[in-house]
Design a protein around this ligand. Structure first.
Ligand SMILES: *[C@@H]1O[C@H](CO)[C@@H](O)[C@H](O)[C@H]1NC(C)=O
Ligand SMILES: *[C@@H]1O[C@H](CO)[C@@H](O)[C@H](O)[C@H]1NC(C)=O
Ligand SMILES: *[C@@H]1O[C@H](CO)[C@@H](O)[C@H](O)[C@H]1NC(C)=O
Ligand SMILES: *[C@@H]1O[C@H](CO)[C@@H](O)[C@H](O)[C@H]1NC(C)=O
Ligand SMILES: *[C@@H]1O[C@H](CO)[C@@H](O)[C@H](O)[C@H]1NC(C)=O
Ligand SMILES: *[C@@H]1O[C@H](CO)[C@@H](O)[C@H](O)[C@H]1NC(C)=O
Length: 572
């Protein structure tokens, strides 16, 4: 029993003041004193059993009474007191359910005047025993983790709680991984605890091909002093496949050859194997052609078989190139990553060799390549004119039979018939002939620059070289004849006679002439009056397309001829 100053006691025992203050009979002689006892929960008895005695020094005190929780307040009928001050427990107490401290009031009366003499606060603590195991929030946890998940990164967090007093070892617990199934050498799982939560991590590299699922048994065990209680939870960790396997070439099928000048045909199929899950982006192959400068080929992926289908998209030429050396590389639709264990380190992250999916793997020279040679098959080629167009410049009116030029043609065929003959193609005005063997082109007609078939001074004819293949193939050449003009046309007056009205004033008449020849063999013309009327008539100007015939001195009767001539030198 303790003796404490009154003021301090009032602070501590607010509840007692509330209960007792209104009685108005608080006496200074006997102070409010708190006495405390404890009951261990789940005590098996036998009941009642004593937990202690209220010690009183004054021998005149009688009629000990206990009131409050455990007596006349909930939980009722647990405690009693006898007249020697011993407190008894009548029933089992439970720390987890119900009050953890019982508050009571003790009083005793004066033997002589029967007045209440002593009042005392009593506290009875319920003591925890380790009667609860820590419990997991869930009995099964499930998560899916990508196999590219980094070591040390959180995989899953579990939660557990213990109903026992969490401020003691009976209510605190530790997580432990009890088992991991299957056991693989590529990962080591561990759990990190923070109070009541435990986070699962791993060291190493996950590998879908080694384990698609791990089952981890985690235990939570309290630190109870006499006994330790525990429970477990099952963690299911599904691993999802990522692209940690490169496709590998396993074969090729198909002819591997193409007929020259044939396009849009499939020439080869390449097969690959990939250990990643069939049909996923980590499995689907993506092919690339290398060494195809002229973009003759294309490659596509067969969506079902994952084969690379190589197709010729542009015509090939056997005579130019008999084979095409390509290399085909293959990768997947999603980037590749890899994780390899270099060294397992105790108490730290392992040393790994990692290629991250986002790293530039293109340059890493990772991808498998496959050399492919596509052979071009020779087929009959047409003869080719060299050059395909020839220009000749000749004077018009040259003699029939004049040789204009000699065409040459070549049949490029390597393995086919390469003899051919020349024949005339289009020759609209029938001007020329070509030597079947020689290719010599000669005229068979007088060439006329003024012919309606001459356009801008040129006449165009086509020629064929036809080979003897089956079917025969034809090459085409073009001859363009540029005709030089000759003064082979006389100028003609547009009108033969002109009537002029004679007047007092000088009179003019407009005289015009035309010529089919081109300058300098055409206009402008030179005009001259043939008769001796110089003093009467004149032409002005003396040159030009049109002149004025002018009366010099009126009036005069005349009937004159005009000589019309052409200059053969240019007139400025
Ligand atoms: C813990 O529980 C045990 C009984 O299992 C009990 O004896 C002990 O007093 C308790 N400890 C505490 C600190 O409550
Ligand atoms: C884990 O995989 C199983 C099948 O193996 C499946 O039934 C389950 O739904 C998966 N769990 C998760 C979280 O994806
Ligand atoms: C392709 O490779 C073969 C063999 O190495 C070689 O004989 C051939 O000349 C190459 N073709 C071309 C077009 O480079
Ligand atoms: C003739 O030549 C002229 C000038 O060079 C050109 O503008 C014209 O189109 C040509 N005519 C024909 C039919 O080729
Ligand atoms: C003369 O005739 C030519 C051609 O018919 C014409 O271009 C010119 O304008 C004429 N001159 C006169 C003065 O009539
Ligand atoms: C002019 O010629 C006409 C007929 O040609 C003739 O009738 C007339 O007399 C002549 N005049 C003169 C002045 O000579």
């Amino acid at each position: 029993m303790r003796t404490l100053p009154v003021s301090f006691l009032l602070l501590l025992s607010v509840w007692s003041v509330c209960v007792w203050a209104d009685s108005g009979r608080i006496r200074q002689k006997r102070a409010w004193i708190i006495d405390s006892f404890s009951i261990e929960e789940e005590h098996p008895g036998p009941f009642p059993y004593p937990i202690g005695k209220v010690e009183l020094t004054d021998s005149y005190l009688i009629n000990y009474v206990l009131r409050g929780q455990g007596v006349d307040e909930e939980p009722k009928n647990i405690l009693s007191i006898d007249q020697s001050g011993v407190i008894y427990v009548h029933r089992k107490m439970d720390y987890e359910h119900g009050p953890k401290i019982l508050h009571l009031a003790f009083e005793a009366r004066n033997q002589y005047n029967k007045e209440v003499d002593t009042r005392l606060g009593v506290e009875i603590k319920i003591l925890d025993v380790n009667d609860n195991a820590p419990k997991f929030q869930k009995s099964v946890y499930e998560v899916t983790v990508d196999e590219s998940h980094d070591q040390g990164k959180e995989v899953l967090t579990v939660l557990a709680f213990d109903e026992d007093d969490s401020s003691t070892n009976n209510g605190t617990f530790v997580f432990t991984i009890k088992s991991v199934t299957p056991k693989t050498d590529n990962v080591e799982f561990y759990i990190q605890q923070r109070k009541e939560s435990g986070t699962i991590h791993f060291k190493g590299c996950l590998d879908f091909e080694k384990a698609q699922k791990y089952t981890i048994l985690v235990e939570a065990k309290d630190k109870g002093e006499k006994i330790q209680l525990s429970s477990t939870s099952t963690l299911i960790i599904n691993i999802s496949d990522n692209n940690d396997n490169l496709p590998e070439f396993s074969g090729k099928t198909g002819p591997g050859k193409v007929k020259e000048r044939e396009a849009g045909v499939e020439v080869l199929r390449l097969q690959v194997t990939d250990k990643d899950v069939h049909g996923t982006k980590a499995w689907k192959a993506k092919y690339t052609i290398h060494g195809d400068k002229n973009e003759i080929f294309k490659i596509e992926t067969d969506p079902v078989t994952n084969e690379g289908i190589l197709t010729v998209v542009k015509q090939t030429d056997y005579e130019e190139q008999t084979n095409h050396n390509l290399s085909i590389s293959v990768q997947n639709e999603i980037p590749y990553f890899s994780c390899k264990i270099k060294k397992k380190v105790q108490n730290a992250m392992w040393e790994l060799d990692k290629i991250l999916p986002n790293s530039d793997t293109r340059s890493a020279n990772l991808y498998n390549t496959f050399p492919v040679t596509i052979y071009v098959e020779d087929v009959n080629d047409p003869p080719v004119f060299i050059p395909p167009v020839k220009h000749v410049v000749v004077m018009e009116n040259i003699d029939v039979g004049t040789s204009l030029t000699t065409f040459t043609a070549k049949d490029m065929d390597g393995s086919h018939v390469n003899t051919f003959t020349f024949v005339k193609g289009e020759d609209i005005d029938k001007w020329i002939t070509i030597g079947a063997k020689t290719g010599e082109v000669s005229t068979i007609k007088i060439l006329d620059r003024e012919s309606p078939f001459v356009i801008n001074g040129t006449y165009t004819a086509t020629l064929y070289a036809v080979d003897e293949g089956v079917p025969p193939l034809t090459g085409t050449g073009t001859l363009v004849i540029h005709l030089n003009d000759q003064n082979d046309n006389v100028p003609i007056l547009e009108r033969n006679a002109v009537s002029i009205c004679i007047d007092k004033e000088p009179t003019t008449a407009n005289i015009t002439a035309v010529d089919l020849d081109f300058p300098p063999f055409g206009s402008p013309f030179y005009y001259e009056i043939l008769e001796d009327v110089k003093d009467k008539w004149r032409v002005e100007p003396a040159h030009g397309n049109a002149i004025y015939f002018t009366q010099s001195r009126p009036p005069y009767n005349l009937s004159h001829h005009i000589l019309l001539g052409k200059h053969i030198t240019k007139i400025k």
